[in-house]
Design a binder for this molecule. Structure first.
Ligand SMILES: Cc1cc2nc3c(=O)[nH]c(=O)nc-3n(C[C@H](O)[C@H](O)[C@H](O)COP(=O)(O)OP(=O)(O)OC[C@H]3O[C@@H](n4cnc5c(N)ncnc54)[C@H](O)[C@@H]3O)c2cc1C
Length: 72
């Protein structure tokens, strides 16, 4: 069995997250170590609905990352 290669996604915004989600759901983690990091102190969130933060939505409500999908 060949060693897994590293695939690094710089930025965990809406696009980077969607890419990772599709990779994970397609089983790509069998072949790849998926690594991401971003400038902000939290995982991907719904920027389109960001203004909802001012009307009571929490960071958890806006998160796009299903709990357990990533390990960090
Ligand atoms: C209030 C608001 C409303 C919006 N409404 C709409 C809408 O109705 N319809 C629509 O189509 N679009 C809307 N947008 C735009 C939409 O959110 C963006 O088009 C979308 O988020 C772009 O996704 P992205 O993954 O390319 O970038 P982003 O979501 O901006 O993600 C960029 C990622 O890169 C990281 N990053 C940046 N610099 C560095 C660095 N130097 N090192 C490491 N990481 C870095 C950031 O931390 C972030 O994780 C809205 C945006 C906002 C803010």
């Amino acid at each position: 069995m060949t060693a897994k290669k590293n695939l690094i996604v710089i930025g965990n915004g809406m696009v980077g997250h969607k890419f990772l989600e599709l990779m994970i759901r397609s089983g790509a983690t069998q072949y790849w170590n998926l690594i991401t990091f971003c400038e902000e102190p939290r995982v991907a969130y719904d920027r389109v609905n960001l203004s909802g933060y001012f009307s009571g939505k929490t960071a958890a409500d806006l998160s796009l990352v299903e709990p357990g999908l990533y390990h960090w």
